[in-house]
Design a protein around this ligand. Structure first.
Ligand code: S3P
Ligand code: PEP
Length: 430
């Protein structure tokens, strides 16, 4: 990324009157990148319809194309032609950017190529944890080398086949370690039996999403024991799938209803979903909103009060930055717990939130596994984003209620929502 864009400041719009809006959201990152991987390994061509077009998903499409399953991203529906399994031996390089889903989900797929596949990414991606995935691949018979052995960069020396079998990993740093192994496992000779041994696995709904995507394509998955997932070897059925809107990216928009005392509707909110972001319905109601889910979508209405919240966000850590920002505006204290693992996200989110919210006057205490916030008068200033899309979301939420908040590098939101700043600014009456 160019240095000028990284340090550029964006004046966050301030809501001077209630915002009443209907916001169409782009597709889910998590669903798009799972369906792309499964489509690339499927037993025939398929489409990922209404795919999210963003940095993370374009990197995934490019990676799978490089490995031999071309993804045509020219339209709104992305067509995938599987070719990785049994494909040509062509050495390849994969750019992971800062995408956890690319750096964790693609290496187990690359192991199925009969070629060397080199992985690297953004500077901060080299610090994100992923050693458990590489160790698991090695124990399944895959040769993975690299200067560190535990992190990016590394090279997967694929032989065209993976034995598979039983692996024990510690997935307490990221659910994506488990999802990564499950997604490629039907193509392994023995499938996979993944057991977790360690502190509780975070973001479990994301593993449930992986299991649901596999089953929808006819793959046999046994997740009946806690901390154990077994995937049988077999074909991954080709299908056309439609991607739901990204419910986690709905957070700043729905929160604008609370910070402005207005009302925001997100159409197309699914009545049942595997997305962790669905938890916003309960969380926002607890923080003082009126929340209605009907055929029109999800409508959140501010009641004039923002209440603090005591919440264990272990399952929904990706919502923490937005919730922390809203909590900083609340008129009662908050305690956000169970999220030590978000220190390994796009940045150390607990440290970044504590620093940046405190810089705007918030009373924040950083704990090993979370944050406490107490009511305090906020003021304007620069809100730094650390190349993290969800830090940018946190900055604009505060900025909607506080004069003169300048958000650094707003375009970092393109990781999962290109053009976010235009959609956001368009919601404020001039
Ligand atoms: O599999 C996925 O699509 C994701 C899993 C979660 O990761 P962690 O388990 O690392 O929190 C989540 O926070 C991330 O935004 C997306
Ligand atoms: C943790 C996140 O991303 P990633 O998929 O890169 O892990 C996120 O989007 O909040």
């Amino acid at each position: 990324m160019d240095r000028a864009a990284e340090t550029e400041l964006w004046s966050a719009p301030r809501a001077l009157e209630p915002v009443r809006a209907r916001v169409e959201l782009p597709g889910s990152k998590s669903l798009t990148n799972r369906e792309l991987v499964l489509a690339a390994l499927a037993n025939g061509p398929g489409e990922v319809r209404r795919a999210l077009r963003s940095r993370d998903t374009e990197l995934m499409a490019a990676a799978l194309t490089t490995l031999g399953s071309p993804v045509d991203t020219s339209g709104a529906d992305w067509a995938v032609r599987p070719g990785i399994i049994g494909g040509q031996a062509v050495p390849a390089a994969v750019d992971c950017g800062l995408a956890g889903t690319v750096m964790r989900f693609v290496p187990p797929v690359a192991a199925l190529c009969a070629a060397d596949v080199a992985f690297d990414g953004d500077p901060h991606a080299r610090t994100r944890p992923m050693g458990e995935v590489l160790t698991a691949l090695r124990s399944l018979g895959v040769d993975v080398g690299g200067p560190d052995g535990d992190r990016l960069p590394f090279t997967v020396h694929g032989t065209g086949a993976v034995r598979g079998g039983t692996v024990v990993i510690d997935a307490s740093a990221s659910s994506q370690f488990v999802s990564a192994l499950l997604l490629a496992a039907p193509a392994y000779e023995e499938g996979i039996d993944v057991r977790h041994d360690g502190k509780p696995v975070p973001s479990l709904p994301h593993i449930e999403m992986t299991v649901a995507c596999l089953r929808a394509r006819g793959v046999e998955v046994d997740d009946s024991d806690a901390n154990r997932w077994q995937v049988a070897p077999g074909p991954i059925a080709a299908r056309d799938v439609a991607i739901e809107p990204d419910l986690s990216n709905a957070a700043p928009f729905l929160m604008l209803a609370l910070t402005s005392g207005g009302s925001v509707t997100v159409p197309g909110w699914p009545s049942s979903t595997t997305q962790a972001g669905d938890a916003l319905r309960d969380i926002l109601a607890r923080m003082g909103a009126e929340v209605i889910l009907d055929e029109d979508g999800l409508t959140v209405t501010g009641t004039g009060t923002i209440s603090g919240i005591d919440a264990d966000l272990h399952d929904v850590g990706e919502l923490a930055p937005a919730i922390a920002a809203l909590a900083a505006l609340a008129d009662s204290p908050s305690h956000l717990r169970g999220i030590a693992h978000i220190r390994g996200h796009e940045t150390d989110r607990l440290a970044a939130l504590a620093t940046e919210l405190t810089g705007l006057g918030a009373a924040v205490t950083e704990h090993d596994d979370g944050l406490s916030l107490a009511p305090a008068p906020l003021h304007g200033g620069v809100f730094r984003t650390y190349a993290d899309h969800r830090m940018a979301h946190a900055g604009v939420i505060v900025g909607s209620a506080v004069d003169d908040v300048q958000v650094e590098d707003i375009t970092t939101t393109s990781k999962t929502f290109p053009g976010f700043e235009h959609v956001w600014a368009g919601l404020f009456p001039r």
